[in-house]
Design a protein around this ligand. Sequence first.
Ligand code: NSS
Length: 428
Amino acid sequence: MVDIKRLGEHVGEVVEIRGWVETKRTHGKVAFLVVRDGTGILQCVLVKSQVDEASWETHDTLTQECVVSVTGEVREDARAPGGYELGVEKLVLLAPSEDYPIQPKEHGVDFLLDHRHLWIRSARQRAGLRVRAEVEQAVHDFFYARDFVRIDTPILTGSIGEHAGTLFKTDYFGQDAYLAQTGQLYVEAACPAFRRVYCFGPTFRAEKSKTRRHLTEFWMVEPEVAFADSDDNMRLQEEFVSYLVERALERCSEELKILERDTSALERVRPPFPRISYSEAVDELQAKGSDIQWGEDLGAPDEVALVEDRDLPLFVYNYPKEAKAFYMKENPEDPRTVLCDDLLAPEGYGEIIGGSQREDDLDRLRERIREEGLPEEAYAWYLDLRRYGTFPHSGFGLGIERTVAWITGRRHIRELIPFPRLMNRLYP
Ligand code: NSS
C-alpha cells in the first residue's frame, strides 16, 4: 500500500491505495472515483472492459465515505488533482458508509458543528487544520532554534492566572482547583532555571461571550525571557509572528489555495511592525468618532478600527493599569499605565497576542495582588520568585486559533481547532 502523497515515486507501477470515497461519477462503461487516503486525493478511473466483473459490480455499490482498496497503474495526468491518476485493475470494498450525513450541499453551521467528528474530513476543514498543525510545528522550531526550553505547565492550578471572572472551578479533594487560564506564572518560575522558556498547551476560560473570537478551551504558546524588557518582548513577537506566517506560506500553499486565501497581504508581514501607545490609540479612535474614554480597555470594534488602514499587525502598548492583569510592571514614566502590549492582526482579526514586562518588585507585586483582592496565600510561591533573586523579565501569550484564523482567512476561530469548546457546545 502506498500514500497518495508519494505517487510521484511510482509512476508506471501497479500499486494499492486504501481510503475513503469522496465522489463517484459513472458515464456508461467508464467510472471515476475520487478517493482520499488522508495524505491526498486521487482520481481512479475504472473501465468496465479492463476490470474483473466483481470490481465493476463493487463500483456500483460505492457510497460517500465508504472505504475501498484500489489497485492499479499510476499515470501522470496534469489535469487530475495532485497530478496523477490511477488506472484501476481491482477494486474492493473494505467498509460501507450508508447515508453519510454531510452531503455536497450547503449545511447550517449548527448541523456541521453537531457533526464535527465527520465535518473534519471535508476539504476546507482539512486545509485549516493542516495549517494549524504546520503553525504548531513552526512554534516549536522557532523556539528550539533560539535555545528556549519547553516547559509543560499544570492544567489544574490553585492560583488564578488572569482574572477571576472566567474561571472553571472544580473540586480537588475538598480544595478548590481551577483549570489553567495561562501557564505564565509557571514559566516565570522556570525562567531562572533556563533563562529562555516557553509553554504550549490548552488553556481554559469560562467565556460567556458567543463571539467568533472566543473559545472556552484554546491553545496558547507563552514564551518568557529573563533580562528582556518590554521592547525586547515586542521584537521577539514580531519575529515570531513573521516566522509563523512565512512557514504557512512556504509549506501550506495548497491549503491556502483551497481556502481561497488572498496571500498578498500575508507576504508583506515582516518586522518591524508599527507601534502606537494606548493613549495614541484612544486619540486615534476618538478622532474616528468612537466614544472610548481613556482608562477603558479596547473592545473588538476598537481593535478593528485601529487596523483598518494598516496592512501589518499593530502593537498597542502601555495600557492603563486597571484594564490589565495584576502581574504587569508599572510604567516608571507614567504610573497610571503598565509595560505591556497587545498585538492586533490586520484584516479585522483583532488581538492575537497579549504580552508584558512582569512586576519584579516584591512589595509592588504584593500590593497589586491585594488591590485585586486575590488570595495572597495562593501566590506565596509566585512572590518567592521576587524574594529569591528577582530579575527583569517579559513574555507573551499567542492564541493559536486566532492566529491560524487570520493566516487562513477564516472568519470564525471555531473552525481552526479540531473539536471546539464553546459556551453552548460540549458535543461531540
Ligand atoms: O489573556 S491574554 O491576553 N494574556 C495571557 O493570558 C498572558 N498570561 C500571556 C502571557 O503574557 N504569557 O491571552 C493571550 C492570547 C490572546 O491575545 C488571544 O490570542 C488568546 O490568548 N485568547 C483567546 N483565544 C481564544 N479564545 C479565548 N477565549 C481567548 N482568550 C485569550
